[in-house]
Design a protein around this ligand. Structure first.
Ligand code: UD1
Length: 418
């Protein structure tokens, strides 16, 4: 297993190319199932999660070729409707094949994803919504077994604007007979990317970017070309790196529109952001200020930036409160950050950071994707050397992380962990 060895203290500056968003690419890949042709996706990040999902699709019979951030997915010979446990447990978003298979073929057998490092992550809303569209759903020995002669358009209110449930229901409703109205859907930019692709494929969808979507399904969807939007969480992670180290980074390809609240909070913390023709320049020259954040569904502050924000706040003199309302238990990084000398106490789902003291390098362990990113950030700002173990989490979601940080001036190496 690899580990990262980081010697902190360097001011980071330069340009970084923001990759395509993993969380946008996965739904677009699932949408390829709905057409009987060859879907072409561009700006696809080169990540373990993308390869994991490619193997799920290949298992179904989708023929996939990948070259230089492009994927071609040929869905003309799908011959299997099962996504097995060993694949789904590696990546929860595999459950997206449920809505797509059910839509195109009227049946699917998909392993229940189970929990994750920071607690339970149910799929009840996905299933309730699919039932509303007329699917019969059973749970059989850990598998969701879904079938429908023909899905029928319906009205459905999501009890929570879940990203995953919105994806699954959009995919299914795109093939349903008649009109579907989905209320209280997720409005994340990644959802809008999917809606635009489905519209291009021939589905009539209104309301993208709002809490209500109306969808008129079709049983003849075209295979299309689509570009994956930039990764706002990767961009946000490099923004925090600039803020922490008093640096200046041009986030090339980042979208200010998709990151608006992150940029607002960054400005409050003392990070200057300037939108350019092809990205955003982020820079800190003065002191960092403590800024409270509360995670919420988009356009709120993303839970996927919570761990990184906590690290930023360890460098701001004073007290800040960071609350996660989406995943109340998503704080496994706090104990590891404490090992580096961060002063953080927890009360339920709120982290209280007393910032301003110097962090000191130490051995730490990654626990999940964003927690790992937060440890890298903390190490970049710590005195001495930090060794981060179990970094396979990072490879799931950050393309060429150590190369990008090295190019920005960080002292960072990947080594074999003996
Ligand atoms: C997606 C993102 C993940 C991000 C999360 C929240 C992908 C691949 N992953 O995950 O990076 O952290 O959005 O922005 O895009 N819930 C239910 N029942 C359900 C579904 C969800 O109770 O059927 C709850 C969850 O437990 C959680 C909340 O809703 O508390 C948000 O979950 P959801 O939006 O579904 O997250 P994911 O799609 O899994």
């Amino acid at each position: 297993m690899d580990k990262l060895v980081i010697r902190g203290g360097n001011r980071l500056h330069g340009e970084v190319q923001v990759a395509g968003a993993k969380n946008a690419a996965l739904p677009l890949m699932a949408a390829s199932i709905l057409s009987g042709g060859v879907t072409k996706l561009s700006n696809v990040p080169d990540l373990v999660d993308i390869r994991t999902f490619s193997s799920v699709l290949a298992h179904l019979g989708v023929e996939i070729s990948a070259t230089d951030h492009r994927l071609e997915l040929d869905a003309s010979n799908i011959n299997n409707d099962e996504a097995p446990y060993d694949m789904v447990r590696k990546m929860r978003a595999s459950v997206y094949v449920l809505g797509a298979l059910l839509g195109r073929f009227g049946k699917a057998r998909v392993s229940l994803p189970g929990g994750c490092a920071w607690g339970p992550r149910p799929v009840d809303i996905h299933l309730k919504g699919l039932k509303a569209l007329g699917a019969d759903i059973d749970i059989d020995r850990g598998y969701i077994v879904a079938s429908a002669k023909k899905l029928k358009g319906a009205s459905f209110y999501l009890d929570f604007p879940s990203v995953g449930a919105t994806v699954n229901l959009l995919l299914a409703a795109s093939c349903a007979e008649g009109k579907t109205k989905l209320e209280n859907v997720a409005r994340e930019p990644e959802i809008v990317n999917l809606v635009r692709m489905l519209q291009k494929m021939g589905v009539e969808i209104n309301g993208e970017g709002t809490p209500t979507l109306s969808i008129v399904g079709s049983n003849n969807l075209a295979a299309v070309e689509m570009e994956v939007i930039p990764d706002r969480i990767e961009a946000g992670t490099y923004l925090v790196a600039a803020g922490l180290t008093g640096g200046k980074i041009h986030l090339k390809g980042a979208s200010a529109e998709q990151m608006s609240l992150i940029l607002v909070r960054a400005a409050e913390a003392g990070i200057k952001t300037t939108t350019t023709q092809d990205g955003i320049i982020v820079e800190r020259t003065g002191e960092l200020h403590p800024v409270d954040v509360e995670t919420a569904v988009y356009p709120g502050f993303p839970t996927d930036m919570q761990a990184q924000w906590i690290v930023l706040m360890t460098a701001a003199k004073g007290v800040s409160l960071i609350e996660d309302t989406i995943y109340p238990d998503r704080f496994t990084h706090v104990a590891e950050l404490t090992r580096l000398g961060a002063v953080i106490s927890m009360k339920e789902n709120i982290a209280r950071v007393s910032g301003g003291n110097t962090l000191i390098g130490a051995p730490v362990m990654s626990t999940d994707l964003r927690a790992s990113a937060s440890l890298v950030l903390a190490a970049l700002n710590a005195e001495g050397e930090t060794h981060i173990r179990r970094i396979y989490h990072l490879d799931r979601g950050y393309e060429a992380l150590e190369k990008k940080f090295e190019a920005l001036g960080a002292n960072i190496k990947r080594e074999q962990d003996k």
